[in-house]
Every structure is written in C-alpha cells, then in structure tokens.
Design a protein around this ligand. Structure first.
Ligand SMILES: CC(C)(COP(=O)([O-])OP(=O)([O-])OC[C@H]1O[C@@H](n2cnc3c(N)ncnc32)[C@H](O)[C@@H]1OP(=O)([O-])[O-])[C@@H](O)C(=O)NCCC(=O)NCCSC(=O)C[C@@](C)(O)CC(=O)[O-]
Length: 438
C-alpha cells in the first residue's frame, strides 16, 4: 500500500472525526485572522441582493449572452460547420457546443467579465494525471501506457504535464519506473514535463534521467508531512533548500524562471512547489489559513516560482478556500499561485471559479479525474481536466487545449484501467455522438 493510500483511507477522512461538520465547508471555521473576515461573500460578485432572478429576465439574459445555445440547436444535423457559417470554421465539433468564441466574437468575454471581474483571459492548466493520478492506482500501470498517456496529453495541447515522481519505490511503487518514463518523453519539446522530488536523492536521479524541471512538495500539516515524506515541515523545508541550491548550481537551461532570492539571477529547475492539506488534514483536521500562508511564504522566499495550493483530501468549498487564498495572497504574489483541488465532495469547479475570481490563473487537474483509490472510499482524484477545460472554454477563457484530443487521452487511460472516466464532461460526451452532445 502506498503512503498516500493510508492518509486517504475512509477512517482517516476528517469528515468522520477530526473536523467539525460545519467547519468543513463554511468559512466560519476558517478565517484569516481569528475573526470572520466575511471574505466568503466579498469575492462572489455575479449576483447581489439587487438583482432579480425572475424567469423572464434570466431568459432574456441567456438569449443575449449565451447565444451558443441557439447555435447548437440550429446547427446542421450532419455537423457540417462550414455550411453553417464561417465564424466557427476552426472550431471542433465538440467545442462548438459550448465555446464562447462561436457566438459574438469577443463580446461574450466582455459580458463574462462584467460578472466575473478580473477573471483571467487565459488559464494555464498543469496536467497531473500521469503523476498524481497514477500514483494511487492499485495495479501497476505499464511504463508504455504511461508514456503513451503523456504523449497524448501533450498532443492535446497541454503545456505542462507532470510526468512522474522520483520518490522512494518502497513508498510509491506505482512510480518506480520514473527513470524510464522521463527517459522516453524528455525530448518532447512542446511541453514542460516537471517531475516530483522529495529530496536531494530524488533530485539527482531526476537530473540523471533527463528531467528538466522539478516540483517539490511540502505540507501545511505537520501530521501529513510525517506520513507523506517521513519528516517534519521544518525538515522538509531544509531538504528543499538543499534541492534549490543544487538546482541553481547546475544552471540547467529550462523553460523556467530566474531565481530572485539569491544575489544573481539563476535559472532554476524547481518550477512548482506543492503545499498540501491547505484546507484540512486527514489527521489534524482543519488547517488554519495562516499556517498555509507561512509554509507558502517560506517556499516563495526560497525562490520557487510557482506554488500550488493543494486541497489534498478535497474537503474545501468556496467558503473555506477564499479565506485560505486571502491569507496566502498576503504573503505570496497571486501570479505565483496555482490551485490543486481534489474532487472528493464535488466542489472543485466552484473552488476553481472563485480562485480565478481572486486572480489565480494556473489550475492543476488530472485527465479523467484520475487519482481515486479503491481503498480510499470517499476520497477521490483531482478535478478532471476535461471538466476544467469545458468550464473555462465555456467562460470564454483560453486554455489552448484541444478537448477532442483530451477526451481521447482520457478514453485511452480509462480503457486501460478498465473503469469509467471520473470526468462528468467525458461521460456526457461518451453517451451520445459528439455532434449531438449538449
Ligand atoms: C521522502 C522519502 C524518500 C523518505 O523516506 P524515508 O524512508 O524516510 O527515507 P530514508 O532517507 O530513510 O531512505 C529510505 C530508503 O529510501 C531510499 N530513498 C530515499 N529517497 C529516495 C528517492 N528520492 N528516490 C528513491 N529512493 C529513495 C533510500 O535510499 C533508502 O533506501 P534503502 O537504503 O532502504 O534501500 C519517502 O517518504 C517518499 O518517497 N515519500 C514520497 C511519498 C509520495 O510520493 N507521496 C505522494 C506525493 S503527492 C502529495 O504529496 C500531494 C500533492 C503534491 O499531490 C498535492 C496534493 O494533492 O495536495
């Protein structure tokens, strides 16, 4: 059993013992500085008490703003887009159904902007299925399947595909083939392929195998740090300082970022840093936002150029995510933050949406929602990339991901794993021919 399976097992889920039920999903139990900052209400600006919700107004609004509905009804039955008009000639059929580019050329984004002030025009998706997804699989996935999956994800347009982990094979046997995986994909030059490393040993192995970018991971929960990487938070930060310096010394040119915390700019390998358990921990229960902010700040000060905030057990709601983000954003610039939601309670998309509203434009997700473990009932994988792309494109936010190809990548891995996709969008698209899907 992997180290992850233990903390995620049902008996350790916080819902049962460690976290008061109301605190799990409301901001009341999770303010940034002791009192309730009320932030849970401030960031959601789409509707206020003045707005009417009458059916009539809703209908008019839909007609004006979301003209894609008309398009999908009026579309030729044979799916011949060219015959329908030239505005959408370049759209794929599946995307045509929901993509705002097909309506009034940019106008929809303006309307969306009125509702979602500050929402980004482009969101970078960090695909973690090949790593976060497959590390929890009960059965070993053959190396060739992992390699094929990575190729498919890259060819779907994902610009960052986390490939594997250089962790102890005793702890995570599912990724014991990290060297072979990275060896086979390292020359893919249209995507960045970070790998997870927990210490210097992992870093050295990753470099030797040809990894050009790495990600390190610390926890905001002392107990989870111990169970996940067998050391305290402080010890983990010390390890990552060593890794940081080793990366800097190698001065390996990567698609990366200058390290600003040392006196001269150095190209660093550690793009991404995870902070896990940012909302709750299977052992400790609710994690205060200030604790998350402290860990994130330490890592930022080390020179990490991107910090991904992981709701590892997927208990967050906008009510708890917002105060956590407020706290972290007071310590780390928002452009360096990413969000990483597991979908245990089905809250990921709403959590992503509020994160975007707060200025975050990097989102982690996993093709087909991979990551669930049969022995961890109640805890599930990451939010599915297909669902994220569907929502973002529907909002007029660019992702540069080809949904058709992404769906095919999801089908490929689900077929291999012998189970249905964890993506709602993928399941919906699979039920009817793509050209008739809503
Ligand atoms: C950190 C350790 C290694 C400490 O494990 P340890 O047992 O404390 O380490 P150790 O230093 O005592 O070494 C024990 C053995 O592991 C070997 N070893 C030591 N390091 C490595 C390495 N890098 N690669 C390969 N082997 C290694 C080392 O050489 C030795 O081998 P032996 O002498 O017994 O044959 C272990 O706890 C570990 O690998 N943990 C990783 C667990 C993991 O991958 N968890 C999943 C990460 S996902 C996550 O955290 C959440 C995230 C990021 O997805 C975000 C979110 O969802 O919220």
């Amino acid at each position: 059993m992997s180290s992850l399976e233990e903390p995620l097992s049902m008996d350790k889920l916080p819902s049962l013992s460690n976290i008061d039920f109301s605190h799990r999903f409301s901001s009341d139990g999770c303010s940034t500085s002791g009192g309730d900052s009320g932030m849970g209400h401030c960031w959601i600006e789409g509707n206020n008490s003045n707005s009417s919700n009458s059916d009539e107004e809703d209908f008019e609004y839909e007609q004006e703003a979301f003209t894609w509905r008309h398009h999908s009804r009026d579309m030729p039955k044979n799916g011949n887009l060219a015959a329908y008009g030239n505005r959408c000639d370049s759209c794929h059929l599946a995307q045509f159904r929901y993509k705002s580019c097909c309506s009034n050329g940019g106008g929809l984004h303006d309307i969306t902007n009125m509702i979602f002030k500050g929402i980004p025009k482009y969101v970078k998706i960090v695909e973690v299925g090949a790593r976060d997804g497959l590390q929890n699989e009960n059965n070993m996935v053959p190396t060739s399947v992992k390699i094929e999956l990575i190729h498919r994800l890259v060819s779907a347009g994902l610009s960052v595909v986390e490939a594997t982990s250089f962790v102890s094979p005793k702890w995570v046997p599912q990724l014991a083939d990290a060297r072979d995986v990275i060896g086979s994909v390292k020359n893919l030059d249209t995507a960045r392929l970070p790998v997870l490393v927990p210490n210097l040993k992992g870093f050295e192995a990753a470099v030797a195998a040809g990894a050009k970018e790495i990600a390190v991971f610390a926890s905001a929960s002392e107990a989870f740090s111990k169970s996940n990487i067998n050391c305290t938070i402080k010890e983990s930060l010390a390890r990552y300082r060593d890794v940081t310096h080793a990366a800097a010394k190698l001065n390996i040119p990567v698609r990366g970022y200058a390290l600003s915390s040392l006196d001269k700019p150095i190209i660093v390998m550690h793009r991404l840093l995870y902070v896990s358990c940012v909302i709750g921990c299977p052992v400790e229960g609710i994690i205060p936002p200030s604790k998350v902010a402290n860990v994130a700040k330490e890592l930022h000060d080390m020179g990490c150029c991107e910090i991904s905030l992981g709701d590892t057990i997927g208990i967050g709601t906008p009510g708890t995510v917002i105060p956590m983000l407020v706290a972290v954003m007071s310590a780390v610039p928002v452009e360096k933050l990413a969000v990483h939601f597991h979908d245990t309670y089905g809250q990921s998309l709403s959590n992503i949406l509020v994160s975007l509203q707060m200025g975050i434009s990097t989102v982690d997700s996993s093709v087909a929602g991979l990551g669930g473990c049969p022995y961890a009932k109640g805890a599930s994988g990451n939010v599915a990339t297909e669902d994220v792309v569907y929502m973002l494109e529907g909002l007029g936010i660019k992702t540069n991901v080809d949904l058709e190809k992404l769906l095919e990548a999801g089908e490929f891995i689900c077929k291999h794993l012998g189970r249905p996709s964890g993506s709602k969008a993928a399941v919906a698209f699979s039920r009817v021919p793509r050209d008739q899907a809503y």
